[in-house]
Design a protein around this ligand. Structure first.
Ligand SMILES: [Zn+2]
Ligand SMILES: [Zn+2]
Length: 375
């Protein structure tokens, strides 16, 4: 790359572009736009295909084409905008789904998971590239990880030091932060507390591991997919409930002294699953919600069980983590074997296989497929 102050060469790379909602991704060469002084150009190593991007692809979350999906990633810095500090060319960086600008109201009050640099955009994301037709292409969620290059805000790249593979570390920016953070930062599970987890996908299975590390008592996993229930069993779930086969709320109550769980962690998405998550908590218990089904969905709940019976409903945006401290800590947990990626990382895909990765995420056959880039 050119030193600062001289014209940088045009950077071109392959990208999986969402050109029409619900249509196959267009795998094409794009030209990155000249780097904004506040941004960093990152050569992508790996990006998980998250269930959120299945919803983005099908239009449920109102992303506007042409755009590059992939809202969490890892790569290597190849160019640094002139206004960016603390990042250097050659560094390995996590590009998570949430920035930390350090200056907005939410960062200032210590709640960077609501950083205005992302959430005040109103769903209009920066253009980062252009296709052969000359039209600009945005990066959905400000990441755009399904491409060889990402142009990310200097506030959304976090240097990471580890010998672990990029495929594993790419899960830090969404699944691990949301899963582990929901247990440690939001629910604050205490030793011995009973925990129910609704949804055993890539977020729920990190929740399960984190709950065990927190010393949880009985752990019940509610999950309709048999393969995922089997993985949950292998990771130490005490009881498995198929919500298609039985009344999940009653089942959790039966397994927790008739009361309901002290803590219920939801990582499924459908409103029906979230109602189960709230109602399966004991009176005064805590429910952490992380999923969503479609941008306009509303959650109907029985008033007596929610208002009169003191159930607490908490939201967990990206696990309420502080990236600058928690990312390296969670990496250390992976390195020491406290968190096991193997049952969650189902397989890797080349960028050309983006449609297959989406299909297998949507069908729940993959817990987490990773788009891996070979150069
Ligand atoms: Zn995600
Ligand atoms: Zn901020």
């Amino acid at each position: 790359m050119s030193p600062r102050g001289t014209a940088a060469p045009v950077v071109r790379g392959r990208a999986g572009v969402l050109r029409e909602i619900g249509e196959p991704f267009s795998i094409e060469q794009v030209e990155m736009l000249p780097l904004d002084p506040a941004r960093v150009l990152v050569r992508t190593h790996a990006s998980p295909f998250c269930s959120t991007d299945v919803k983005n692809w099908s239009g449920k979350l109102f992303k506007v084409p042409p755009t590059i999906l992939g809202h969490a990633s890892i790569g290597e810095v190849v160019e640094v905008g002139s206004e960016v500090r603390g990042v250097t060319v050659g560094q390995r960086v996590v590009v998570p789904g949430t920035p930390e600008c350090g200056r907005c109201y939410y960062c200032a009050i210590g709640e960077p998971w609501q950083c205005g640099e992302l959430f005040d955009l109103g769903g209009v994301y920066p253009d980062v590239a252009r296709g052969d037709d000359g039209a600009a292409i945005s990066c959905a969620g400000c990441v755009g990880g399904y491409a060889e290059y990402m142009s990310a805000s200097g506030n959304q790249v976090f240097p990471i030091e580890s010998d672990l593979s990029s495929e594993v570390l790419s899960m830090l920016g969404c699944g691990i932060t949301t899963g582990v953070g929901s247990v440690a930062n939001v629910a604050e599970v205490a030793p011995g507390e009973s925990v129910a987890i609704v949804g055993a996908g890539h977020v729920g299975l990190w929740m399960l591991q984190a709950a065990r590390l927190a010393g949880a008592g009985t752990i019940v996993v509610v999950e309709p997919h048999a393969g995922r229930r089997a993985i949950a069993a292998s990771l130490g779930a005490d009881h498995l409930v198929d919500p298609d086969d039985t009344d999940a709320v009653e089942a959790v109550r039966d397994l927790t002294g008739g009361r309901g769980a002290d803590v219920v962690l939801e990582a499924a998405g459908p409103t029906a699953a979230q109602r189960i998550a709230v109602r399966a908590a004991r009176r005064g218990g805590r429910t952490v919600l992380t999923g969503f089904e479609v941008g306009t969905a509303e959650l109907g709940l029985p008033q007596v069980e929610t208002a009169l019976q003191s159930r607490r409903i908490l939201s967990s945006q990206n696990g309420q983590v502080h990236m600058r401290s928690d990312l390296q800590r969670y990496t250390g947990m992976l390195e020491r074997g406290l968190l096991d990626p193997d049952p969650i990382l189902t397989r890797t895909y080349a960028l050309d296989e983006l449609d297959l990765a989406r299909d297998r995420s949507g069908s729940l056959d993959d817990v987490c497929g990773i788009i891996a880039f070979d150069y």
